[in-house]
Design a protein around this ligand. Structure first.
Ligand SMILES: C[S@@+](CC[C@H](N)C(=O)[O-])C[C@H]1O[C@@H](n2cnc3c(N)ncnc32)[C@H](O)[C@@H]1O
Length: 286
């Protein structure tokens, strides 16, 4: 994110492509030829070690973004990362890939301080049996069924010490939460229905989070006129919500096909708001 100056961002709110979720395999492989070669290697050697190398390489790619985020955040700036774990059979073996713990490890190595995180509980889907989401009668019989992944994580990190404000800073007071918001949002479990994904392949692939998630995080961890970063903009939810909350924003998106979706989302709801928005179209690097 070389266009973004050191210590110029107050809050990052994002959701990256999820490692080991099949929908994102191609994108990780396109961005990093090493990952593509590892998938090829796995198809030949079927080794558990190769699966681990693929998983590691995907997280190493994301870790570059966490390191850049650390650079551009102000002292006391906050990073919120929405991530889900992945369950998958690779090489004939079903297992969970605990993406949230890998991201915590990488962010702590980068220098971030971990803060208490949020579990975003989605309405329950069906229990897992033999790696499939359909409930089967035999799932009643122990011990071979799996717990359903019905929570995603919203990991929260801080760079350095607490942000400092002059006493009675008017903008900070203008940005205050209501008692109802404070009581409901500073709790660990958020029950929010996921965004209905449009039927088009492109919009499904975006896997947008609900506006409500971005809206709460922006209100909780930034004040008016702050600048919010989303390095994985997708359909533009973070930017749209930042504008609605009178924050500036910077967003990166690698998939050029999403530009009309982002433009539409931002213009529909925020046409009359005067905040600065930069959308940077990142091109693939090999
Ligand atoms: C999970 S989606 C983000 C969804 C978003 N929070 C929303 O509400 O629409 C992740 C996005 O990151 C994008 N992406 C993946 N790799 C990227 C990269 N290296 N730079 C920028 N964007 C990237 C993908 O194209 C995808 O749109």
């Amino acid at each position: 994110m070389s266009e973004v100056a050191d210590c110029s961002i107050h809050l990052m709110v994002t959701s990256p492509p999820y490692p080991m979720i099949q929908m994102w395999d191609k994108q990780f492989a396109d961005h990093d030829p090493k990952i593509e070669k590892l998938w090829q290697k796995l198809s030949e050697d079927c080794q558990e070690e190769t699966v681990s190398q693929i998983y590691d390489a995907m997280h190493e790619n994301l870790a570059k973004v966490w390191a850049e985020t650390y650079r551009v955040l102000v002292e006391g700036g906050i990073a919120c990362i929405n991530i889900g774990d992945a369950t998958r059979s690779v090489n004939g073996k079903f297992r969970v890939f605990p993406n949230h713990s890998r991201i915590i490890e990488h962010c702590e190595k980068t220098g971030f301080t971990s803060l208490p995180y949020i579990l975003w509980k989605k309405p329950t889907t069906k229990p897992m049996y033999k790696g499939k989401g359909a409930f089967l009668g035999s799932g009643f019989l122990p011990p071979n069924a799996y717990v359903t992944l019905d929570c995603e994580f919203i990991l929260i990190f801080r760079k350095g010490k607490l942000r400092h404000f002059p006493p009675h800073d008017p903008t900070r007071y203008e940005s205050a939460l209501t008692k109802k918001q404070r009581d409901a949002w500073f709790t660990q479990i958020w029950q929010i229905t996921g965004t209905r994904q449009n039927t088009s392949e492109l919009e499904r692939r975006t896997a947008a989070y609900p506006d409500e998630i971005a809206d709460r995080l922006i209100k909780m961890f930034s004040i008016k006129n702050d600048t919010i970063l989303d390095p994985f903009l997708g359909s533009g939810t973070t930017t749209k919500t930042a504008m609605q909350n009178e924050r500036n924003s910077i967003g990166y998106e690698t998939d050029q096909n999403l530009v009309p979706t982002i433009t539409k989302k931002i213009n529909e709801d925020t046409a009359n708001l005067a905040t600065e928005v930069k959308i940077i179209r990142r091109t693939k690097q090999h």
